[in-house]
Write a protein that binds this ligand. Structure first.
Ligand code: ITT
Length: 208
């Protein structure tokens, strides 16, 4: 892609500032002007109903892309713990209820896992990204990363469940990794690299 001066507008349809930051970082250098829901004064919020991350990411893409003519990127992600049969899964953001926050969600998960030894605390993060335009899905991408849920929080970077997600190859939790390092191996980093390659090849065509 030659021209860095064209700025194609991309609405990143998330209300989660942690995700928005990581998506901005992952798409840096592409000829895109990245806008958040606030920049476009979109106050409507999609209430998730899907049973899978992909279903939710598509539904969010369809929903938010109706509010603008720009390319729209929606994301659904979360944590699946093997011993809890995939919980919190699509409920990750509201595991401790609709008024939950990261701290309460972590506390609930640690309580549910209290009788499980570390060897039984296998988990994975999954991220699904869907690119949409004016109520149509153009393409979706998925990424995942495997780790372990430790018993106490460690680190201050990141968001969500990062302080209890231990990534063995780096011997650190995700919250102990600076953003560029988390991005190298994370579910979102992986999905974003797939999206990036797609945009590098197809951005011009998508705007026709
Ligand atoms: P939007 O729907 O507005 O995008 P949300 O936070 O409600 O924001 P999700 O329904 O996709 O989004 O929930 C994702 C949750 O999964 C998020 O709130 C975290 O609790 C967790 N999560 C996802 N990716 C994560 C990451 O990289 N690190 C830590 N926790 C993560």
């Amino acid at each position: 892609m030659k021209s860095k001066s064209i700025n194609i507008k991309l609405l990143v349809a998330t209300s989660n500032p942690g995700k928005l930051k990581e998506i901005r970082r992952g798409l840096k250098g592409l000829p895109l002007k990245i806008l958040g829901l606030e920049d476009e004064a979109i106050t409507a919020r999609y209430r998730e109903k899907g049973k899978t991350f992909m279903e939710n990411a598509k539904a969010k893409g369809l929903f938010y892309s109706q509010f603008t003519d720009y390319l729209t990127l929606a994301e659904d992600s979360g944590l699946e713990v093997e011993a809890l049969k995939g919980e919190p899964g699509v409920l990750s953001a509201r595991y401790a209820g609709y008024k939950a926050n990261d701290e309460k969600n972590i506390a609930k998960l640690l309580a549910r896992l209290k009788d499980f030894p570390l060897s039984k605390r296998k988990a994975r993060f999954v991220c699904c990204l869907c690119l949409a335009k004016q109520g149509k899905i153009l393409k979706c991408f998925r990424g995942e990363v495997r780790g372990w849920i430790i018993e106490e929080k460690r680190g201050h970077y990141g968001f969500g469940y990062d302080p209890i997600f231990f990534y063995r190859p780096f011997n650190r939790t995700f919250a102990e990794l600076p953003p560029e390092k988390k991005n190298l191996v994370s579910h979102r980093g992986r999905a974003l690299r797939r999206l990036r390659r797609f945009l590098e090849k197809n951005l011009g065509r998508l705007l026709e």
